[in-house]
Design a protein around this ligand. Structure first.
Ligand SMILES: [Zn+2]
Length: 323
């Protein structure tokens, strides 16, 4: 009898434990997961295409965007990157046609041209077709994945197009001599009216150089530098906002680097940032700066107005639009 009782106790305990773990896996519990929920968030850095080892699928992007109430994401096709065995290294026309198709089918996705300066068959003429005829919103450059220096001669014709069509240049900013903030600043000074967005504000660096560059450009008014915050520790993001100003720091996430639940990674940092700056600064950071550089309609964010301003004609009066 006593032996039986001893046998029963562990069984009861195990049953209780199983019930508890069932509870934590119930649908109600998973629905309670908190997501970003700030109206009007614009992500200036997202991808389509394939990168070995990462889930960059369109389904994951759309699902995590919808769950986290992201208004727009600006996409470029990473199939343009030239990393042997990892990315497709497709030509400019093919990869950007895919961006055009996907963004035309999904109004929350806005197209950016993936440029390959100096690559075989690549040219600013190709880029111009996408800016002029397909209303692309900007040109994305990845000096490290496409093996060119940000300030090299092959980049200039593309940047001239950014000026002509009044659209931003978005650079992967790392720490290498090809992609450092200083090198990008050098070329940005040649196009002082073009917004230059520094993705990652110095990937894998202390971010100090990018912050200094943005501050110097703002003080001297000799270039328009914006710092984008994907993969940047929250304290460095706050330092950038406090040092350079919320009008020069912009929300971007490198979606969907973290896969299906990508935006959840940014929930904590966003809360910290929101708690540390004014409501006006927070709006600049998540929404207004993007509206300004991409010339999005300034109506209520939730209206989802898809119109954008016509690209400029390249005439001189357009150059005075921004300082
Ligand atoms: Zn990226």
């Amino acid at each position: 009898m006593r032996l039986r009782l001893l046998l029963f106790i562990p069984i009861i305990l195990i049953t209780l434990m199983l019930n508890t773990s069932n509870l934590s896996c119930s649908p109600n519990a998973s629905n309670a997961i908190e997501h970003i929920n700030e109206p009007g968030i614009i992500d200036v850095h997202a991808h389509i295409g394939e990168f070995k080892g990462f889930d960059l699928s369109l389904n994951s992007l759309l699902a995590t965007m919808s769950e986290s109430n992201i208004e727009y994401a600006f996409i470029s096709n990473i199939d343009g990157a030239a990393i042997s065995g990892v990315t497709a290294d497709g030509d400019e026309t093919t990869v950007n046609e895919k961006t055009a198709k996907i963004s035309s089918e999904n109004p929350k996705l806005k197209p950016l041209f993936w440029a390959k300066p100096g690559a075989k068959g690549a040219s600013a003429e190709i880029a111009e077709k996408f800016l002029r005829d397909k209303k692309f919103y900007g040109i994305k450059f990845h000096p490290d994945f496409n093996n060119f220096q940000a300030n090299s001669a092959s980049v200039i014709p593309y940047l001239a197009l950014c000026q002509k069509y009044n659209v931003p240049a978005l650079f992967h900013c790392g720490g290498s001599p090809r992609s450092s903030a200083k090198v990008i600043y050098e070329v940005a000074k040649k196009f002082p009216n073009v917004p230059f967005v520094l993705y990652h504000m110095g990937f894998n660096t202390s971010h100090e150089e990018a912050i200094n560059v943005a501050q110097e450009a703002k003080n001297k008014k000799d270039a328009l530098i914006y710092l984008e915050i994907s993969h940047v520790p929250v304290q460095e993001i706050l330092k950038a906002i406090k040092t350079v100003g919320a009008d020069r720091v912009i929300f971007g996430t490198d979606a969907t680097y973290y896969g299906r639940n990508h935006y959840d990674t940014y929930l904590g940092p966003l809360k910290t940032i929101k708690g540390a700056i004014s409501a006006t600064e927070f709006q600049q950071f998540i929404h207004n700066n993007a509206v300004e550089i991409f010339h999005l309609p300034s109506s209520t964010p939730s209206q989802g107005n898809q119109q954008k301003n016509e690209p400029s004609t390249g005439k001189s009066e357009d150059k005075t639009r921004k300082n």
